[in-house]
Every structure is written in structure tokens, then in C-alpha cells.
Write a protein that binds this ligand. Sequence first.
Ligand code: ZN
Length: 161
Amino acid sequence: MVITEPNPILRKIAQPITSFSNKELDDLIELLFKTMQDKNGVGLSAPQIGVSKRIFVYGFEINKRYPDAPPVPKTIIINPEILNVSTDSIDLEEGCLSVPHRRGIITRSKSIVFTSMDPDGKIYQKTVHDFEARIVQHEIDHLNGILISDRASVLRSTDIA
Ligand code: ZN
């Protein structure tokens, strides 16, 4: 189940993952991927399924909600910390499974550099661009209680969930 506004968990600062290489974390990752795929999401964060933890997943081959988006590899991000964002930005209409049937133009950095941890707790650095950078920025917003309604000046109604 994907929770939607006005559920207060979507507005909380999520807590870091502190325990790695265990079944609880593996099960959470599996549930995030399964829920994202069931809802045709391009990404999904733990707060959106009611778990206030700093973890999200993303990735798809073809996506119904963003048919023009190029494929993005399936990725797990844990405890991300942004190191650098490009001054170049892109405006694109964006939606959110937790803000259903609404979309708005959001300005996001074209590229970002950040650190993540893997499911074994190892830290690595990652650089992402374009649509993937947009997804990462959107999902990090979820970990900080920020929704598209805070980023877009106007949201329009759409049939797309
Ligand atoms: Zn979202």
C-alpha cells in the first residue's frame, strides 16, 4: 500500500538505517521494489509505505507514468548524503504516488553527486544525471518530508495516478 497525503509520516524527517546485512532490511527492499512495480512508479521511498527510514529504490525498463523516460537501472539507495548539485537545472512535469492525480513542473538539478550505503552497510559515491538525477532528488525529498506540492508553484489534475 502506498500512503498518501495528509498522512503525517510523509512530513517527518526519516531516520537512518543502522542495521545492515539482515533479513529485515532485505524484506523492506523487496517490498519497496514490489510496491513500486505494482503502482508503476519510477521510484519509491520507505516513508511512502509507512516506514520512516532513509531508504528508497528506483529503476525501470519502460514506465507507463513517464513513457518518454529512458530506462534507468534498478537501484537501492540507503542513507544518502548529497555532496554536490549542478547549477544546470531542468524543468519537467513530475508526479508522485503519494500525491495521486496531480502533476506540476519542478526545477531540479541536472546532475548530482551523492553517497549511499549498500545493503551490507558499505558507503559508495554515485553521480547521476537527467531523469535519474530527478528521481534521486524527488526521493531524497521524501526522506526529508518534502512533497511535490512544496516544489511546484502549481499542480494540475491528471488521470494518471
Ligand atoms: Zn513521490
